[in-house]
Structures are given as structure tokens and as C-alpha cells.
Ligand binder design. Structure first.
Ligand SMILES: Cc1ncc(COP(=O)(O)O)c(C=O)c1O
Length: 446
């Protein structure tokens, strides 16, 4: 049977074995014997196929996907345009290295990103492989442009696992512990976290952060301020309105490069093409990855031409950056987002999920906060009626959901946030089913 003959993935949750089933258990034994222990897995279930809102495991179980492989398969895990474009490209050629003999897919992706990212100024793009690599390169570019060293990041930030991005990431365990020393000249400022900062308004929270930056770093030493417009791994923390615009304005005034890390929030995820769009914030540089290419590894830095062009020729790049298969996938994913109105679909998903989760919050004092935008939604779980984080409840809910065939992820500095990142190809029925499972699990959790 060829790939084209495969029947579509049935869009229904279906458990034909305990989870994990016998084949997954056997594969997990092989994994333990072959794969480095540091590479963890959220569910001990091995995937065989995926599409729409379902992941099918090797035992034939159909799991509801509320994670999209950590916000990657925004257009679905086997989106028809992506599958077709990659198939066509793979038969033409797999790699030449854009830095050796270039090809048009790379240029077309750069043109698309220059067109779609916030702001109508002259832009340039460079392509890389991972989110961390994009963030690192954004910092390199900002340093080359400004001639300054310092970089400011925020509490609860997550920017990746390479040496520089570990320094930029806030949380020690599991991301940094034992892996130092870290890159120097990275400074941390307080973010706006309405649920935990007494509901400071955006302007006040920004003044607090900028005051600290001014005193501890000094604008004249500062190359870049790097921020996730909605923090991802840190807990889906959406800053109060006005926070991001105030930071961006201060950066503009002081010649500091304002970098939006939209690795998790980009490409329709939040109900806007980019999360910065919601408040009309125009970053100088934007780092993108994850949802950019329908599951193929690709990332990008896009931004003002005069900043992007600062590094010398040969200073940016990498063997695989902007690989032709990933570029073909990205063009198809972007076409899918536009043709299928997926920005609007993300908003619909957000409305459905927030409504259901808020009604749960009204009935259960352990649901401390419900937040998010579009298909990037979370609940923060606390000890009933307090703001004391409850990571144990969070873990037990996630495990209960997994056992019932619903893929959910946890996050947050305190490990007490359940996050939902469904593919935008999921049906309302599957979303309701997943939330029903969660609701039942919460009802029986003590
Ligand atoms: C906001 C943000 N930045 C950077 C990264 C790192 O991306 P990658 O895992 O592709 O290196 C992530 C990954 O979760 C992320 O969410």
C-alpha cells in the first residue's frame, strides 16, 4: 500500500487496549535500552499515524490531540497541501545547502514571512532549523546591529535548550540544572503576570520592568529585549494590555532591538497570525518556528532590513537552515492557513474552550485561572480558593486524561498549568470530548 492509499484517520477517540498498549510497552522497553535517559516522553505511547485532531498509536488506539506536538502541527499532522508539497519536493531534490547552490523555496518562504509578519517596513529573513537557533540568531543580529552585548529576558521565559537560550530560559529544572556555566550578559526582568502580580496594569508592570533594566543594565549597553508575547512553557502567561506596547516604545526610543519570540505563538495559534498583532505591536525582529512548516523542522528570524543586514556575509546560516523539504512544507502550511481561514478557526476554538473551562472554574475553586487566546489556552490549578500552586493535582489530571486517550501537556514555572494547543484541524466534537474527559477527571480528583 502506498501512502496515498491510506484511509483518512478516523476522527473519534477509541481505546482498544489499556494505555500504553502491548506494542507501545515493547517499544518503550527498546527506547529505554537505546535512547538517552534525558530525552523524556510525556505519554508512553508510540505514534503510528496522526491527522485532524487524532493521534493513532501502534496498538490502534485513537487519542484526542490537544497538544499538536507542542504547538507544531497547527495545520494538522498530515495536512494534504503539506503532504503533497513535501512529496513533490523530495522527488526533485532533498538538499543542496542554500549557502552552496540556492533554490527558490527558501526565497519564497522569506518573501512570505516578510509579507505576513507585523509591520509594513522593508524586511529581510534568514532561515534556521529550530526555535532555539532562531532566538540565538536574533541575538547575534541584534548585537551586530547595535554593537552592544546585553540581552534582557523575563521571569518565566522559555527560549530553548542551547547554551545561550538556556541562559535566557528562566526555569532551572529540567532545562538548566547541571548544564552551566551559561552565556554571560543575559539579564532578567519582571514580566506582567496578572494572576500573580495583583493584576498590575500593563503600563505599571512595564514601568517596573523598565526601571529595573535601566538601573541594572542601562539602555546604552543593551542590544535586545527578547520576549514571548504570551509566555509558553512558563505557563501561558498573557501580559496585561499595554505591557508589550510600552516595552516596544521604550526600545525604539533607546535604540534597543525589540525581539518577539513567536516560536510558540506564531502562525494563527493565538487567533491572530502573530500574537503581536493583537495590540498592533511591531517588533524589530521576530523569531518563528514550530507552526511554520506543518511539522517539518524550520525556523526563521524576520525583521527590519537595516538590522537583519548588519551581520557580515557568511555570519549567518547553517548546513540545513531552510532545507528544501521544510521550505516546501512551510509554503504549503502558509497556504493552508490562508485558504482555510485558520486564524478564524483558532478564535472559534478559543471561544469554545474558554467558555467550557470558565464554567468549570465557576464550579471548582481549584481552577485558579483560565486564560489564553485562540487555540493556546490554559488552566492554572491551585489549592482550593487560594493562589498556592497545585502541581500534584495538575500531574494527576494530566495522567488521568492520558489514560483516557486525551493528549494534554503541563507547563508553568510551578508545574501547575494544564495547557491546550489543539491542531486547528480538530473538530468541535473532539474538543468537547477531550474537555469532558478533563472535567470528569477533575470531578474525581481529590
Ligand atoms: C517561545 C519559545 N521559544 C523557543 C523555543 C525553542 O524551540 P525549539 O524547541 O524548536 O528549539 C520554544 C519551544 O518550546 C518556545 O516555546
Amino acid at each position: 500500500m502506498t501512502l496515498t492509499d491510506l484511509p483518512p484517520v478516523t476522527q473519534r477517540r477509541l481505546l482498544v487496549s489499556d494505555l500504553p498498549g502491548p506494542r507501545s510497552r515493547a517499544l518503550m522497553e527498546r527506547k529505554v535500552g537505546a535512547v538517552a535517559a534525558g530525552v523524556g516522553t510525556t505519554l508512553p505511547v508510540f505514534a503510528a499515524r496522526a491527522g485532524g485532531g487524532i493521534v493513532v498509536d501502534v496498538d490502534g488506539n485513537h487519542l484526542v490531540d490537544l497538544g499538536s506536538g507542542i504547538a507544531v502541527t497547527t495545520v494538522g499532522a498530515s495536512a494534504p497541501r503539506v503532504v503533497e508539497a513535501v512529496r513533490e519536493q523530495v522527488t526533485a531534490f532533498t538538499h543542496t545547502c542554500f549557502m552552496v547552490t540556492p533554490y527558490d523555496g527558501y526565497v519564497a518562504v522569506a518573501e512570505a514571512l516578510n509579507r505576513l509578519t507585523p509591520g509594513d517596513h522593508e524586511k529581510r529573513t534568514a532561515l534556521f532549523n529550530s526555535g532555539a537557533e532562531a532566538v540565538e540568531n536574533a541575538v547575534k543580529i541584534a548585537r551586530a546591529h547595535t554593537g552592544r552585548d546585553a540581552v534582557v529576558v523575563f521571569d518565566h521565559a522559555y527560549h530553548g535548550r542551547t547554551n545561550l537560550t538556556m541562559a535566557m530560559t528562566a526555569k532551572n529544572m529540567p532545562y538548566k540544572h547541571g548544564f552551566g556555566p551559561f552565556a554571560p550578559e543575559v539579564y532578567r526582568a519582571p514580566v506582567s503576570y496578572p494572576f500573580r502580580d495583583g493584576g498590575l496594569d500593563g503600563a505599571t508592570a512595564a514601568a517596573r520592568a523598565l526601571g529595573q533594566i535601566d538601573k541594572q543594565v542601562g539602555a546604552a549597553n543593551l542590544a535586545a529585549v527578547v520576549i514571548e508575547p504570551i509566555q509558553g512553557e512558563g505557563g501561558f502567561i498573557e501580559p496585561a494590555p499595554g505591557f508589550l506596547p510600552a516595552l516596544a516604545a521604550w526600545c525604539r526610543e533607546h535604540g534597543v532591538v525589540f525581539v518577539a519570540d513567536e516560536v510558540q505563538t506564531g502562525f494563527a495559534r493565538t487567533g491572530d497570525l502573530f500574537a503581536c498583532d493583537r495590540e498592533g505591536v511591531v517588533p524589530d525582529l521576530i523569531a518563528t518556528a514550530k507552526g511554520i512548516a506543518g511539522g517539518l523542522p524550520l525556523s526563521a528570524v524576520t525583521g527590519r532590513a537595516e538590522i537583519m543586514d548588519a551581520p557580515h556575509v557568511g555570519g549567518l546560516g547553517g548546513t540545513y537552515g531552510g532545507n528544501p523539504l521544510a521550505c516546501a512544507a512551510a509554503l504549503a502550511a502558509i497556504e493552508t492557513i490562508e485558504a482555510e481561514g485558520l486564524v478564524g478557526r483558532a478564535r472559534e476554538i478559543g471561544t469554545l474552550m474558554l467558555e467550557r473551562l470558565r464554567s468549570l472554574q465557576a464550579r471548582d475553586p481549584r481552577v485558579g485561572d483560565v486564560r489564553g487566546r485562540g487555540a493556546m489556552v490554559a488552566v492554572e490549578l491551585v489549592e482550593a480558593g487560594s493562589d498556592v500552586p497545585d502541581p500534584h493535582l495538575t500531574k494527576s489530571l494530566a495522567t488521568a486524561a492520558h489514560q483516557q486517550g486525551v493528549i494534554v501537556l503541563t507547563c508553568g514555572t510551578y508545574g501547575n498549568v494544564l495547557r491546550f494547543l489543539p491542531p486547528l484541524s480538530i473538530s468541535d466534537e473532539l474538543l468537547h470530548d477531550g474537555l469532558d474527559v478533563l472535567e470528569t477527571a477533575l470531578g474525581s480528583a481529590s
